[in-house]
Design a protein around this ligand. Structure first.
Ligand SMILES: C=C(O[C@@H]1C=C(C(=O)O)C=C[C@H]1O)C(=O)O
Length: 357
């Protein structure tokens, strides 16, 4: 087959895809009307998961699971915007990994707002300026983001979903030759995490490594001078129009960051693969066995606890703690309901949402 006939085949399929997508959007618009009449929420992560699982199970073509996910998450995001335009705040700057996490959930069509601090993201959701807020909560190499954890106690928000993204770095530059590069910009931690690539690629070359506040700033600087480069996120390179020379240049591909999608009022239906986040302010934590007995309630029901973090209560000059606890399962399931019913005074439910594996 000639290139031309192959491309004609692609054009014909694209026409069909466009037609099918528009037909899908007609149905989505009707779903939006039903939801408005019933006054229910637009974003239904458990329904999206059901669709992805079904498509994955019946798929026998060239697309793998993550390709199917990437395409359909974008379709879902466009659909939700058709039902009701979504405003999403995230911890900036533009091009940050949190921006990337937000886009992975809400797609390219949502209205995004980059905010300077984690607190300002919480506050913009709290005051209704945006419907959703995206903040980092932990990194699997560096540990928790304690500011975000403490704000979960301070503010009255709910967790609508989680996202996990691998922290991949991109080498972006306008230079055609590595030997022409005089400066490489990035955050100091990124230089450490890409040390092998830098040693292999720049051994004997003159490039100077310059730490800056954020990887987005690095991309912005590399956009201004063709003799410089940035180690940044892929989204930052795209945003500032700096050509990507190499992707995934980090030493280890195990580095992942987890993000929470926050909303003011939100409750997901059970999806069969959920996680629940709770705040426990147990009384008398100074007495022996208080935490152990609480945890035993989970163990007795064979509920898997996936995370427990103790944080200071900041109650005068004492050393007292509250706990952020995460477990598998949905709060509507009878076993977890029993625990919540025992603890109406000291445990607060932040949300049950689809568990990212
Ligand atoms: C269309 C719906 O609304 C949203 C969009 C979805 C979709 O595009 O399939 C699925 C779930 C919701 O997040 C729905 O709830 O079915």
């Amino acid at each position: 087959m000639t290139l031309e006939s192959l491309r004609n085949g692609i054009d014909a399929l694209d026409d069909q895809l466009l037609d099918l997508l528009n037909q899908r959007m007609e149905l989505v618009r009707k779903v939006g009307e039903v939801k408005r009449t019933a006054n229910t929420v637009i974003y239904r992560p458990e329904r999206e998961k059901q669709i992805l699982d079904r498509l994955h199970n019946q798929n026998s073509g060239l697309l793998n699971r993550s390709a199917i996910e990437a395409i359909f998450l974008e379709i879902f995001a466009v659909s939700r915007n058709l039902e009701l335009p979504e405003r999403v705040a995230y911890l900036g700057p533009e091009g940050s990994f949190t921006h990337q996490a937000a886009e992975s959930r809400f797609g390219a069509m949502s209205a995004y707002m980059a905010l300077p601090t984690i607190r300002s993201v919480f506050e913009s959701v709290e005051t209704g300026r945006v419907r959703f807020g995206v903040v980092p909560i932990e990194n699997n190499q560096e540990g928790v983001v304690s500011e975000a954890i403490d704000l979960l106690l301070e503010k009255d928000l709910r967790i609508a979903a989680e996202a996990q993204i691998p922290v991949h770095f991109t080498f972006a530059t306008q230079a055609e030759n590595l030997a022409d590069i005089t400066h490489i910009y990035s955050k100091d931690i990124a230089f450490r995490q890409c040390s092998r690539f830098l040693a292999d690629s720049f051994d004997g070359l003159k490039a100077e490594f310059v730490p800056v506040e954020s990887t987005s700033k690095a991309a912005k600087m590399a956009a201004q001078n063709p003799k410089t480069a940035a180690l940044c996120s892929h989204i930052a390179a795209k945003l500032f129009d700096v050509p990507v020379l190499f992707d995934n240049i980090e030493d280890s591909d195990l580095n992942r960051t987890r993000f929470l999608i926050l909303a003011k009022d939100f409750a997901n239906q059970p999806s069969g693969q959920d996680k629940t986040t709770l705040i426990a302010k147990l009384p008398n934590t100074e007495s022996p066995g208080v935490l152990a007995e609480f945890l035993q309630e989970f163990n007795a029901r064979r509920i898997n606890i996936t995370k427990i973090e103790s944080r200071p209560l900041r109650n005068g000059a004492t050393f007292q703690y509250w706990f952020l606890l995460e477990c598998e399962g949905h709060a509507d399931e009878p076993q977890l309901q029993e625990i919540l019913n025992h603890h109406t005074a000291d445990v607060k439910l932040l949300g049950s949402y689809v568990r990212v594996s």
